[in-house]
Write a protein that binds this ligand. Structure first.
Ligand code: IMP
Ligand code: MG
Length: 188
């Protein structure tokens, strides 16, 4: 009998641009996400935190992170304007689709895929702070500190990465490659 095929061992992700390198393999990602889930569970035990994911990039991280969090919690989504297909931040951030939850008095954790210039996060933190949450923290899978233009606080960080454009695990180039189970650098 052939071994059961799992997502992890999926043989052939089909790419229309070659992958230059794999920065963070799938097993490293899942090990770190488990640790982050444990840490968040320990910090928020007794509360029902609200995890706010930024669409679309943050969604793969969120779905793994929430299953690594062992305490009851809620989730919600925000969509902001993005790079519109390119690889450079425009500096202009707009909320395209807002939360369905009133966050006043809630313990809120903003779950981001990557902090690059910090402009998106900085804007969102200001917008959410006005709504009077009990607490507001940031959980980011990746950070490119070298690319930062404004300081933003990161309470939980998965990995610090070099200033390169990465794809996979929710992150896209031209809306593609979000399905890859690893973080990689395309040979553009
Ligand atoms: P920032 O406003 O420059 O911090 O950028 C935040 C958003 O830009 C992230 O949530 C991502 O959607 C996108 N982004 C930044 N760097 C990358 C990257 O290396 N690959 C894919 N998307 C990125
Ligand atoms: Mg994006």
């Amino acid at each position: 009998m052939p071994a059961r095929e799992t997502l992890r061992s999926h043989p052939a992700y089909e790419l229309d641009v070659p992958m230059k390198s794999i920065l963070i393999p799938a097993d490293k990602l899942s090990a770190r996400v488990l640790e982050m889930g444990r840490e968040i569970s320990d910090t928020y035990r007794g509360s029902v935190p609200l995890l706010v994911s930024i669409l679309k990039g943050g969604v793969v991280f969120l779905t793994d992170l929430m299953r690594a969090i062992t305490i009851p919690h809620h989730i919600d989504f925000l969509q902001v304007s993005s790079y519109a297909g390119g690889v450079k931040s425009t500096g202009t951030v707009r909320i395209m689709s807002d939360l369905g939850t009133n966050i006043a008095g809630r313990d809120v954790i903003l779950v981001e895929d990557i902090i690059d210039t910090g402009l998106t996060l900085s804007y969102l933190l200001k917008q959410l702070e006005i709504r009077d949450p009990r607490s507001l923290r940031v959980c980011a899978l990746l950070s490119k500190t070298e690319a930062r233009q404004v300081h933003v606080p990161i309470d939980y960080l998965g990995f610090e990465i070099p200033n390169e454009f990465v794809v996979g695990y929710g992150l896209d180039y031209d809306e593609k490659y979000r399905n890859l189970p690893y973080i990689g650098v395309l040979d553009l």
